[in-house]
Design a protein around this ligand. Structure first.
Ligand code: SF4
Length: 267
């Protein structure tokens, strides 16, 4: 395959992603402009290099997935232990400055279900484990009392692996810097379903136009893996009236995994 074929293949793949995102309700218009520019260059006989295509199509802040993938070439391991080692000592973003522990993720390396949250809080930073604070207890209840599976049977991780100061929302460049680790984790576990917890985690994985209110309760996909987005447990602690909405989303996840439904104790 020559360079023009490579370019054409990449453009087709990117257009497919844009189409899919459009169907999910969040098309990034900037990305469309990038593709149009690349098409123009290609048809004018100027063959941009593979690297140029990767960077041009990925650089948009609306498209962090491809941006991160373009930078994740060295994270090809499908072994979570090796991946964990590759994160050790990471100083790729300013979140490294205040952390006590990197919170890589934990759970079954062959889990059928992966939960993706936003980032570690105080307790997670202290322990190096994801979702162990108050919001984590609620997530554990959702998994164990609601879904009736053990927490250790799923895999739980976050978009950023270090705690943002004062629990602020991770910034775009911090999420982009950390995203290769998450993408590598998802490639390693290759779950049947991903459950995205909250607006920030959704933005981290799908881009800034992600809106939890529009997307939750609907199946979207990441690399062919069905994705259900729902509200973050921390949001539920502040808005307990919305627990029923999350339970409806979780029931869709259970049905997709063939776990059956049920309205047993999920409090
Ligand atoms: S948040 Fe991620 S990218 Fe930033 S220092 Fe921590 S591990 Fe590295």
């Amino acid at each position: 395959m020559d360079s023009a074929d490579d370019v054409s293949l990449i453009l087709r793949q990117v257009k497919g992603i844009v189409k899919h995102w459009g169907e999910a309700g969040f098309v990034p218009p900037v990305l469309r402009k990038d593709i149009a520019a690349l098409m123009k260059e290609a048809s004018a006989g100027k063959s941009p290099s593979m690297q140029e295509v990767e960077l041009k199509t990925a650089r948009s802040s609306c498209n962090p997935v491809r941006y991160a993938e373009a930078r994740a070439a060295d994270l090809t391991s499908t072994d979570l232990t090796s991946l964990r080692r590759s994160v050790e000592g990471c100083v790729k973003c300013r979140l490294s400055e205040g952390r006590k522990h990197i919170v890589f993720g934990e759970g079954n390396p062959s889990a059928r279900l992966v939960f993706v949250g936003e980032g570690p809080g105080r307790k997670e930073d202290e322990t190096g484990r994801p979702f162990v604070g108050e919001a984590g207890s609620l997530l554990t209840k959702i998994i164990e009392n609601g879904m009736r599976i053990r927490r250790e049977d799923v895999y739980i991780c976050n978009v950023v692996k270090c705690r943002p100061p004062d629990n602020r929302i991770p910034e775009r460049d911090e999420m982009d810097a950390c995203l290769p680790y998450l993408l590598a984790q998802l490639r390693a576990v290759r779950p049947e379903v991903i459950c995205v917890l909250g607006q920030t985690a959704g933005r981290g994985l799908f881009g800034d136009s992600f809106r939890i209110g529009r997307v939750r309760g609907k199946w979207i996909s990441y690399e062919g893996i069905p994705v259900m987005a729902t509200y973050h447990p921390a949001y539920l602690l502040r808005n307990p009236k919305d627990k029923g909405i999350v339970w409806e989303d979780i029931k869709l996840v259970m049905a997709k995994l063939g776990l059956g439904g049920g309205d047993h104790d999920r409090s």
